[in-house]
Design a protein around this ligand. Structure first.
Ligand SMILES: O=c1ccn([C@@H]2O[C@H](COP(=O)(O)OP(=O)(O)O)[C@@H](O)[C@H]2O)c(=O)[nH]1
Ligand SMILES: O=C(O)[C@@H](COP(=O)(O)O)O[C@H]1O[C@H](CO)[C@@H](O)[C@H](O)[C@H]1O
Length: 322
């Protein structure tokens, strides 16, 4: 792991408990900044209502941290919009945003369009398929942007157990979620963008950023949006403007393997489009394990040796002759 990342893990990696709510609210009052929470939602009627209700109760009605909660309907065929509206969200259908550019399917598409229909100086993205959602997810990632003017983007980090459809942790145990993270995103980032190797959940769907940054970034229209945004933000504002906050445990609906294969392909394609920027491959991979109230980095060397084609090996040729 780069020394810069080791330092970053000390200086830009926090827990939600590091910033008490009263300190965050005081910073919001003194800075006058506003906060929008955006939930991209495709057929999330089962979960979107509870998430909106918790955010509204805890962070709109009980304390004035969040100024608007906006659900962007990504082309749902269920009652997502009705359920979200009933819970108190502002609901906007993707087709109603910038109609001169017809919307295409994808998560990034609706995150991008959300910038047109929100007003917050800080924009906080939260997936709409989360279970046992805690408003700590929002407080944790919005807080540093209010208290630390030098920060531009903050990602949540958490344990990601595999869960059943009704939200119970499966026998696979803790840390088995985030399959595309472990199999595609983390290796790609470690080898091509090693400065980002410290992110425990680079693909996590909960992150907050200043509007001034988001409006400068391209948005991959699909599932490449998280990886693309992290890489582009690194290049635009540097590692020290990025941070991560431990908010505990994230339970969400899990897609099947083939769907994640398509997700991985989109993420690889997003990386491929950015790989044109010159940088060195680094043959090391840092993974993380929960250790008490922290995440322990474990760095492994990546075997990059390759054998030549067998037909170039003398013995092989002689064997063929014999
Ligand atoms: O075309 C899409 C795909 C996903 N989503 C939303 O983006 C979030 C993350 O998507 P998903 O849960 O499918 O990703 P996963 O967490 O399984 O990687 C969820 O709120 C989805 O409803 C969306 O708005 N439009
Ligand atoms: O992190 C991951 O590997 C994927 C899949 O998670 P699971 O293996 O279903 O827990 O989930 C994330 O990836 C998507 C692509 O970046 C994000 O859009 C999702 O918000 C996030 O849950």
């Amino acid at each position: 792991m780069l020394e810069e990342v080791e330092r970053w893990l000390i200086e830009r990696s926090w827990s939600v408990s590091d910033r008490p709510l009263h300190r965050i609210l005081a910073a919001k009052r003194s800075s006058g900044q506003t906060v929008s929470v955006v939930l991209p939602a495709l057929d999330e009627e089962a979960t979107v209502g509870d998430i909106v209700s918790v955010i509204r109760h805890d962070l709109v009605l009980q304390v004035p941290l969040v100024d608007e909660v906006v659900v962007i309907d990504s082309g749902s065929t269920d009652r997502t919009s009705e359920v979200a509206a009933a819970a108190g969200a502002t609901v906007v259908h993707r087709d109603a945003i910038l109609p001169r550019l017809p919307a295409v399917p994808g998560k990034g598409e609706v995150l991008w369009r959300s910038l047109l229909v929100t007003r917050g100086d800080i924009v906080c993205f939260v997936d709409a398929d989360l279970r046992e959602f805690s408003s700590d997810f929002v407080t944790g990632i919005v807080g540093p942007l209010l208290t630390d003017p030098g920060l531009q983007l903050v990602k949540a980090m958490y344990d990601r157990p595999m869960t059943t459809a009704d939200g119970n942790i499966t026998g696979a145990g803790a840390g088995q979620g985030g399959r595309v993270t472990e199999l595609m995103a983390r290796p790609l980032l470690n080898m091509h963008w090693p400065q980002l190797a410290g992110f425990v959940q680079p693909l996590g769907g909960e992150y907050a950023a200043r509007r001034g940054l988001l409006e400068q970034l391209p948005f991959p229209v699909g599932y490449g949006v998280e990886l693309g945004m992290l890489v582009d933000a690194l290049h635009l504002v540097g590692l020290d403007a990025l941070a991560q906050v431990d908010v505990g445990v994230r339970k969400h609906r899990h897609q099947d393997g083939q769907a994640l294969g398509r997700m991985a392909a989109a993420i690889y394609r997003t990386a491929q489009l950015r790989l044109a920027r010159a940088h060195l491959l680094r043959p090391s991979l840092t993974q993380f394990e929960r250790a008490g109230d922290a995440f322990e980095p474990r760095t492994y060397s990546v075997d990059t040796e390759e054998r030549p084609p067998m037909r170039e090996v003398a013995e092989y040729q002689s064997r063929k002759v014999a």
